[in-house]
Design a protein around this ligand. Structure first.
Ligand SMILES: [Zn+2]
Length: 160
């Protein structure tokens, strides 16, 4: 079902408008749906919903990007992120306990003023799903820096 969903959203038929949308529109969809969800399920609930949606996407994406070697795997993920303009993925730290990934030019938060909260839960979930697919077990991923919190970048830390 989830693989079908990925296939379904990949089919675009917009001969006049094409596949690209302004980033403002993407952010409006993301943040307005997020604000509405918060009203219904609270801040924490909304974050968890986005995180788990991202996790499902990460698991689906991993089917095409998986590699036995962690560095090659992360290279493929990084190429994908750049190609799809999600951001520029930089591995800051990778050891047995944790992985720290930075997402420069993050699709959701780059250039945003400090609005006092970290907002890239969906991206954090994608990273979690990718690592879960690689490791074959559940991991804890946290957004540890965000432009929307005035921290100058977007960063996800994964406990392995
Ligand atoms: Zn971000």
């Amino acid at each position: 079902m989830k693989q079908d969903l990925l296939k379904a959203i990949s089919s675009v038929d917009r001969p006049q408008l094409g596949e690209d949308i302004p980033i403002l529109i993407f952010r409006a969809f993301r943040l307005y749906s997020g604000e509405y969800l918060k009203e219904i399920v609270g801040d924490k609930g909304a974050s968890m919903l986005f995180l788990n949606a991202g996790r499902q996407l990460g698991l689906s994406l991993a089917r095409n990007l998986l590699d036995e070697d962690v560095n090659r795997f992360l290279e493929k993920v990084s190429d994908f992120a750049k190609e799809e303009k999600l951001g520029i993925l930089v591995v800051e730290d990778l050891n047995k306990e944790k992985a720290v990934l930075r997402l420069d030019e993050c699709i959701t938060c780059s250039g945003m003023p400090n609005i006092g909260m970290r907002i890239c839960h969906f991206e954090t979930g994608i990273v979690a799903g990718l690592f879960e697919a690689f490791l074959g077990k559940r991991v804890k991923a946290t957004e540890t820096k965000c432009n929307a919190m005035g921290e100058g970048t977007c960063q996800v830390t994964v406990e392995l």
